[in-house]
Write a protein that binds this ligand. Structure first.
Ligand SMILES: Nc1ncnc2c1ncn2[C@@H]1O[C@H](COP(=O)(O)OP(=O)(O)OP(=O)(O)O)[C@@H](O)[C@H]1O
Length: 327
């Protein structure tokens, strides 16, 4: 197929970005320069290029690759880091991290979790790896394999339970760096379970390891929302895009009939997200089954109930965000 003809089918603004264009047996592969574009612009560029090229007679398939600021080969290869943060403790940040990780893995992604919550590391319990110690190769930690297809490293795997809080700053900082710089080869997305709040550990983690985006969890109560807003500001200051907000313990799921009632009102986090101009990723009800399964090291997202569906819906939105980054 005539490659000049294919180029000519593209709008001028896109044609100017073509770095290479090849066609073979009806499949067109085009590499576009997407330097300086944000995820939304990248995704628009991709879909416009696809539809323009697909309209050319004889084209059966179009593959678009977007080049970031630097050539892909020069990019340090490593997983995309997504931080999960909350302003307040106990709102279900760790529970969400685990279940998003499991849901993303079920959707075919290669996922890892770093539990940076030095005050209350819960991933060893949640991902059923308690009591295990990671091995090291050439001083680099090797993440543990959880039974749910998710790799994991937690402060709780490195020190005895209960001792993590007593750590002095530099020691905890060293462990966090070791976990982030562990051998995450084979992992595409690394979820970072941050400690609650907006203190030094969080700021250091965000600055040093520059997550590609952040998910913020809140319960619907006003106090939690005020803290969630602070967490969103922290990420904004560090120029980490907020992927969206999640409402946890959104309504009460009756353990007998499954009906959901709303003792704390409904939709407060969604309205907050709207007011802040942030996407809303979904809600998880307050459900005894979630707590019981989590305590037993059986993430609800690994099951088949309505709880699994709630987490899967949020994971789908996170997956769409990951894809919109242009791979
Ligand atoms: N949707 C839910 N329904 C029922 N229980 C939940 C739900 N989400 C979380 N929980 C329970 O609430 C408790 C706190 O959750 P979790 O540890 O995930 O919160 P956190 O925000 O990570 O807390 P921390 O501040 O300790 O890090 C846990 O016992 C968990 O099982």
């Amino acid at each position: 197929m005539d490659e000049n003809l294919l180029r000519a089918s593209l709008p001028a603004s896109i044609a100017a970005r073509v770095r290479s264009l090849k066609s073979r047996d009806g499949t067109v592969t085009v590499v576009l320069d997407a330097a300086g574009m944000d995820p939304r612009e990248r995704s628009a560029l991709e879909s416009e290029a696809k539809s323009a090229l697909s309209a050319v007679e004889g084209v059966a398939d179009v593959r678009v690759a977007l080049m970031a600021d630097r050539a892909p080969a020069a990019e340090p290869s490593g997983p995309v880091i997504v931080a999960v943060g909350s302003g307040k403790g106990g709102v279900g940040k760790s529970t969400l991290t685990t279940n998003l990780a499991v849901a993303l893995a079920r959707a075919g992604r290669r996922v890892g979790v770093v539990d940076a919550d030095i005050y209350g590391p819960s991933q060893p319990t949640l991902l059923h790896t308690q009591g295990q110690r990671p091995k090291a190769r050439d001083k680099q930690l090797i993440p543990l394999d959880s039974p749910y297809g998710v790799k994991v490293l937690s402060v709780g795997h490195l020190v005895d339970p209960g001792k993590a809080v007593a750590w002095r700053g530099p020691m905890a900082g060293g462990a966090l760096v070791q976990m982030m710089e562990a051998d995450w080869s084979g992992v595409d997305v690394l979820l970072l379970d941050l400690p609650p709040g907006t203190g030094d550990v969080q700021i250091t983690m965000i600055q040093k390891h520059k997550p590609a985006g952040a998910v913020i969890v809140s319960t619907p109560q006003d106090l939690a929302l005020i803290d969630a807003r602070r967490a969103a500001e922290l990420f904004a200051q560090a120029q980490v895009p907020v992927i969206g907000m999640v409402e946890n313990m959104a309504g009460y799921a009756c353990p007998h009939c499954g009906e959901i009632s709303d003792p704390f009102g409904r939709g407060a986090v969604e309205s907050e997200a709207e007011a802040e101009g942030l996407p809303f990723l979904g809600r998880i009800p307050l459900d005894l089954a979630i707590r019981q399964a989590s305590d037993a090291g059986e993430p609800p997202a690994a099951g088949d109930g309505p709880q699994a569906e709630a987490f899967a819906a949020i994971a789908t939105r996170l997956g769409a965000w990951l894809d919109s980054r242009g791979g």
